[in-house]
Design a protein around this ligand. Sequence first.
Ligand code: AHG
Ligand code: MN
Ligand code: MN
Length: 342
Amino acid sequence: MPTTNRRVLTLDEFTIREMRAFPQATGELSGLLRDIGLAAKRINVEVNKAGLVDILGDAGKQNVQGEDVKKLDEFANDQMVGVLRHGISCAGIASEELSDFVPFEDKISSQSKYVCMFDPLDGSSNIDVNVSIGTIFSVYRRVTECGIPVTVKDFLQPGNRIVASGYVIYGSSTILVYATKRGVNGFTLDPSIGEFCLSHPDIRCPENGNIYSINHGNFFSFSEGLKKYVELCQTRDKSNGGPYTQRYIGSMVSDVHRGLIKGGIFMYPPTAAKPQGKLRLLYECNPLAYLIEKAGGRATDSKQRILDKVPTKLHERTGFFIGSTKMMDELESFLKEDEEKK
Ligand code: AHG
Ligand code: MN
Ligand code: MN
């Protein structure tokens, strides 16, 4: 009979162990990560039931119990907001699903030094077709004083001020990966005990890879430099690791996770239809950029490091290029040509 491996640390045990290494730590960040872990478990249960939606009733309609069925991204958003509001480690949130930030004004939450931003469900167009989707989050230290309601300033911080960031993927297994300045660790959900268990300690992104990820349907609105880079991926010779493999799921979180583990590059440039880029700086790009950098990789908007961009609005979008350092270096040598031509 298989037995549970008790030498494997759970997410809670791991965050507490990390906290014990810092005698001055208050435990607030550990608490916040545990709250997010709880939301992830609840979202996971609903994601696994998504295929039953046709049996139980579509979003916007009522289920057999006569309750309203929520869209999964709304459900995920409510879970994230709920755990953070009811916890004691977060003074306010901003979410891709909400038009404005939400201060938590009760006495305990407003004393907290952290704010949290998230994309509750990334890749939501994949829900109906059983493809991996995820949740992306980041934690910042607020810039306003503790004790008063948070303001928009607490959220419009560059990514280089992130304290912790990560994501959860609801895939063939459910994994939570998060980064702090101490490194990047991955935890796989063990459904038999309902706990995230440390499965990928100290993740390092390979320096190089041979997988590139981009929406080829947009090829004709890429810049000249980017077109040339993509063509190089396809035509490089065997002795140079080519031709590269192309993979694009349509859930960035899964595409970036593959690059983190196997080495690779993910690109979502500005396009004719979306001249500012499609992906959101605060909810999607910054958290992944922080995490990949902590694992040894890089992320840019083609001109500057993602983490140095100073946001001007909550739902700001950006071009996004992220992955293994050597692939990023090569890509940038092509993108530089575009700049020189301007
Ligand atoms: P979301 O589901 O949160 O709106 O994000 C979807 C994003 C990203 O995850 C994915 O890589 C990209 O949109 C796919 O866009 P295209 O269909 O334009 O390639
Ligand atoms: Mn998204
Ligand atoms: Mn989303």
